[in-house]
Each structure stands twice: as structure tokens, then as C-alpha cells.
Design a protein around this ligand. Structure first.
Ligand code: IYR
Length: 236
């Protein structure tokens, strides 16, 4: 390791005045503690399931807000933080989103997806009916800011928006799960209606609708098997 950190710079830094570093010296976690944390986290993350059958019971709103705050710590292209999280509790708005999503999904399931896609979805038991949108007490609709939009209409390019928002959504799902809430990533297609229903500005594009709540008492999930670590990890 020391060899690598000792590698000399071969070119001069070009960031000039804009780069204002501050010290970062997190306390190093002892290995035994790290192993215990990692094993426990792996176990708990292994219990996460995508839920499509929600209890209408209310959830502590602050838990969702804290999870969104966790998601917003995600790394992003040029630290542009190109995300907006719309927390929808209003039952009327949730119903409008459900109806618009079901309208699109019906067209998708009636053929737009194609036979291969429909066959891939069959083990998940999904269909065009999206009761979870109205059963779950909250929806978080995640928007990507495709570009920065100033109040005077000025636009500035955003970088790696898909990657940044994808990472943030992963962190949101982890935070929700570790805080005891169930969620579903729903990506109705096309999603343009979400910006219209929620009154979002032109630079924002819907990325996913995430119903959040507790699983229904009679909730069932598909009997899926995750790939083993051996199957997903390549060590060199
Ligand atoms: N958007 C549709 C279809 C769907 C697509 C994929 I890929 C999934 O993993 C699950 C569903 C729907 O929400 O039903």
C-alpha cells in the first residue's frame, strides 16, 4: 500500500483556486469491529425484498425523510447532486399517479413489452394493476435533474446523471430497509405524466416511483434466489 500512496505526481494540478480541500481523518475501525459490522450488514441486506403488497398503516414520516437525507449523501458527477425526491402522502395525488401508471402499464402488458420481456417478468407475478400506489402510505418520486436550470432560464450541463441518481436510489432503498420499511422501485413507462402531475420543472425527468410502507399482513413475494458471492465476484 505504501508504495502506491508514495507514487509521485507526474503532472501539476490544474484545479487552481477552485479546489479548497479540508482535512478528512475518519477514525479507522478496528478489523474485528469492521468484520462484525460487515457480516451483520450483509445479513440484514439479505433480508430486503421488493414488496408489492403494502399495509395502509402509516409509517413514521421522519424515517422516510432521514432515508432521503441518506440518499442525498450519494456521490454524484462533479458533485452536482442532480436529484429531487418528491414525497407524496396526499391520497388524491397517489390515486392520480396510480391511474396514470395503470393506463400506461395496461398498454405495456397488452403487448408493448413484447413476448420476451413478458416472459422474463412472469416469475415476478407482476401485472398492470398497481394497488401499491394507493395502499402504501407514501410514494417517493425520484427525479433526475437532466441539467441545471437557473431562475433566469440559464442551463448548465450535468454529468453522469443516470449513474448519480441510480446510486442515490440504491442508498435510499438501503436506508429504508435498514430502518424497517419496505419499498418497491416502480418505473412506469413512459413516465412523462409524473412531472406533469407533480408540477416539476422542465429540467427534471422522472426516474422511479418508490411506494414505501410496511408489508401487508398477507404479503407474498416471489421465491427468488440471489446469485451467490462466487457468481458475482471476480478476484484477481
Ligand atoms: N414497469 C412494469 C413492468 C416491469 C418491468 C420490469 I424490468 C420489472 O422488473 C418489473 C415490472 C411494471 O411495473 O409492472
Amino acid at each position: 500500500m505504501s508504495d502506491i500512496t508514495a507514487t509521485p505526481r507526474l503532472w501539476a494540478p490544474v484545479h487552481g483556486e477552485a479546489y479548497r480541500p479540508v482535512p478528512y481523518r475518519p477514525e479507522r475501525m478496528p478489523a474485528d469491529e469492521a468484520l462484525a459490522h460487515a457480516a451483520e450488514l450483509r445479513r440484514r441486506m439479505g433480508e430486503r425484498r421488493t414488496v408489492r403488497s403494502f399495509s395502509p398503516d402509516p409509517v413514521p414520516e421522519q424515517v422516510i425523510k432521514d432515508a432521503i437525507a441518506c440518499a442525498a449523501t450519494a456521490p454524484s458527477g462533479a458533485h452536482q447532486q442532480p436529484w429531487t425526491f418528491v414525497l407524496v402522502k396526499d391520497p388524491g395525488i397517489r390515486l392520480r399517479i396510480r391511474e396514470a401508471a395503470e393506463h400506461e402499464e395496461r398498454i405495456s402488458y397488452d403487448g408493448r413489452l413484447g413476448e420476451q420481456w413478458l416472459a422474463a417478468l412472469r416469475p415476478l407475478g407482476t401485472d398492470a394493476v398497481k394497488v401499491h400506489m394507493t395502499d402504501a402510505p407514501a410514494l417517493v418520486v425520484v427525479f433526475q435533474q437532466r441539467y441545471w436550470l437557473g431562475e433566469d432560464g440559464t442551463r448548465r450541463k450535468h454529468y453522469y446523471v443516470d449513474e448519480s441518481v441510480g446510486i442515490a436510489v440504491g442508498m435510499l432503498l438501503s436506508a429504508l430497509h435498514l430502518s424497517g420499511l419496505a419499498a418497491l422501485v416502480h418505473t412506469p413507462s413512459p413516465m412523462r405524466f409524473l412531472g406533469e402531475v407533480l408540477g416539476r420543472p422542465e429540467n427534471e425527468k422522472a426516474f422511479a416511483v418508490i411506494p414505501i410502507g410496511y408489508p401487508a399482513d398477507d404479503c407474498e413475494v416471489p421465491d427468488l434466489v440471489r446469485k451467490s458471492l462466487d457468481q458475482v465476484l471476480v478476484e484477481l
